[in-house]
Ligand binder design. Sequence first.
Ligand code: NI
Length: 243
Amino acid sequence: MARRNWSWFWLILALCPLMLLLRSHLPAAAPADAVQPIADSLKLVALTFDDGPKTRTTPRLLDGLDQRGVKATFFLIGKQVEEAPELVTRMAQSGHQLGIHTYDHVALTGLNQADFDAQVARTRQTLAALLGYDDFLLRPPYGTVDDGVKRNAGSPIILWSVDPEDWHERSVQREVAHIVSKVTDGDIILMHDIFPESVDAALQVIDQLHQAGYTFVTVEELFAARGVTLEPGQVYRNCPPEE
Ligand code: NI
């Protein structure tokens, strides 16, 4: 009977602590909330949703976005944030970008400082208290901007370049056709997550534009990918690639 060779056993036993030591020095996984750099060679598009959150429609949109791994940008009404804070927390946790759409949906043009602050600063404070940061884009209702709005904004002003007017006929088919036929690289699409038809249309648009090779990004990611620094008080509508 051959004598059992124990040398391998002792060698492996001696290597165990060494391997544990090496493993503890491997780099940790990147935190989930880190903004990942987006390659500029991709066709990029930003989906944006105004006038929420709304308990009856927004959760289904968030489910659909999660299932598709898509990040969007939500411009929120301060009063509704107070009524459904759990939806806003969920948006932030899912990696969506958040912005201000005034406290109770009024046009911001022609307002004095106090009235402007009651709409914008108040909403910023509500969001900051909920989320622990205060870095929020601004989208003025109706897209109306004057010098006062630019002066008082305190953040970049984000308008849009594709508008299916989803509040109007509420036709899923028409909205999808409008967006898919108009969209080009770098566009910002305006929708509203307060209508069930808009939720359906948005999810169909995502599936069709994924097939067409588009990548959905937040507004911040879109501009960062193209090397554009968003400035407070400046108006932005889209971010096409440089010629
Ligand atoms: Ni609005």
